[in-house]
Design a protein around this ligand. Structure first.
Ligand SMILES: *Cc1c(COP(=O)(O)O)cnc(C)c1O
Length: 387
């Protein structure tokens, strides 16, 4: 491949660009993971992740993608034959449900339209019908990356509690964590699943399960046959800062730096920055005269913006032109949105001028691809940022 000057714009909603500070932290000698120096690193990242998830309960760290952390979550608290309620927010909810199907779990899918988030009333209604409490867990995606929709997880917990139903609440916040507010304890999640390559600004390769007392109890009493994913041995080793098997040592160096960076900026400031940049991005989309995938303004994503492409045009053709001409990667339409939508990632290590570069590339790409739109989106976003 010929050299391309300047930086590639990796504006897909994960992996997000890795800041130099994190790359440099990762570029260090591997140490003995059973040696005396390792415990400091282990304890530091384990307690740091508790602060990021906003939980007093343990967080388990796997050398895995987010998908592995999904499986860890399901296999620790559920077994084949258990009934579980999933909510169809988009492609990631669909994939998580398919994984549960493969594990022999009896899944039920509350159908969604991929343009709106979780309606907790429907979960409440379904749990009320389950008077024998056969449903063991409710699974929801906090931030649906395929559509750019943020769901209200606290409302799901309320819906479970108001019915007096004992179902566990299992949440995927793989792309929400560290970009938009997430409160594992306050919102009453039993397990929250996450990954390293989105808001945490890390390369892919670490998966997380934040736990609750109830989840730990459920795992002790049951769950599937499991070994690698089992929480018990992990928690026992983690107590002193160690891991039961070789951890991804260099990625843990990076994670320690990522946590330090998030805390230097302050999580609330991180969330406010994502909000501001997302507002400016949405303003551009609105001036272009295009629709966001998300239809409910209260559920708009501050992590990415999904944009519908008018009928008769191919979203992937627009992405292709933008990649070839301007060296920027944008997120493809996934599943039901294939060809119909593309996604601008604005998460992680991202600022005003990165946004402006990104939006300029998109506006030029829309023009070159012949997608009907009004000019002036970039200008409108600048106005928002100057406020
Ligand atoms: C990225 C993502 C996943 C999948 O994570 P991998 O690391 O690709 O396995 C799952 N759910 C959501 C919401 C995601 O954004």
């Amino acid at each position: 491949m010929a050299y391309r000057a300047g930086r590639h714009f990796l504006q897909i909603p994960g992996p997000s660009p890795v800041p130099d500070r994190i790359s440099r932290a990762i570029d260090a000698a591997v140490i003995d993971h059973r040696g005396p120096d390792f415990a400091d690193l282990g304890l530091s990242v384990l307690s740091g992740m508790q602060r990021i998830f906003k939980t007093k309960s343990p967080v388990v760290i796997y050398p895995s993608s987010g998908t592995g952390a999904w499986e860890a979550c399901l296999s620790n608290v559920l077994e084949a034959g258990d009934q579980v309620l999933f909510y169809e927010t988009g492609q990631f909810a669909t994939l998580w449900k398919q994984m549960a199907d493969r594990l022999g779990i009896e899944t039920e899918f509350l159908a969604g339209d991929w343009r709106n988030g979780v309606d907790a009333n429907r979960i409440e209604e379904r749990l009320r019908q389950d008077s024998n409490h056969l449903i063991k867990a409710v699974c929801c995606v906090h931030h649906e990356t395929s559509c750019g929709i943020t769901s209200d997880i606290a409302s799901v917990r309320k819906a479970i509690d108001v019915t007096g139903h004992p179902a566990l609440l299992l949440v995927d916040s793989i792309s929400g964590l560290a970009s938009v507010d997430y409160e594992h304890d306050k919102w009453g999640a039993d397990v929250t699943v996450s990954g390293s390559q989105k808001g945490l600004m890390m390369p892919p390769g670490l998966g997380f399960n934040a736990l609750s007392d109830r989840a730990i109890e459920a795992a002790k009493k049951g769950g599937s046959k499991r070994s690698y994913w089992d929480w018990q041995e992990m928690l026992a080793s983690n107590a002193t800062g160690y891991f039961p098997y070789t951890p991804a040592t260099t990625l843990l160096y990076g994670l320690k730096e990522a946590i330090a960076m998030l805390e230097e900026e302050g999580l609330d400031n991180v969330f406010a920055r994502h909000q501001r940049l997302a507002d400016a991005c949405r303003e551009a989309v609105s001036v272009w005269g295009l629709e966001t995938v998300c239809q409910n303004p209260k559920e708009h994503s501050n992590v990415l913006t999904g944009i519908m492409i008018p009928e008769g045009h191919d979203a992937d053709a627009v992405r292709k032109i933008i990649l070839e001409r301007f060296d920027m990667s944008l997120g493809t339409g996934l599943g039901k949105l294939k060809g119909k939508a593309f996604r601008i990632g604005h998460l992680g290590d991202f600022n005003e001028l990165t946004l402006m570069g990104t939006l300029s590339g998109v506006e030029m790409g829309l023009g070159l691809a012949g997608v009907p739109h009004k000019a002036g989106g970039v200008e409108a976003a600048m106005q928002v940022l100057m406020r």
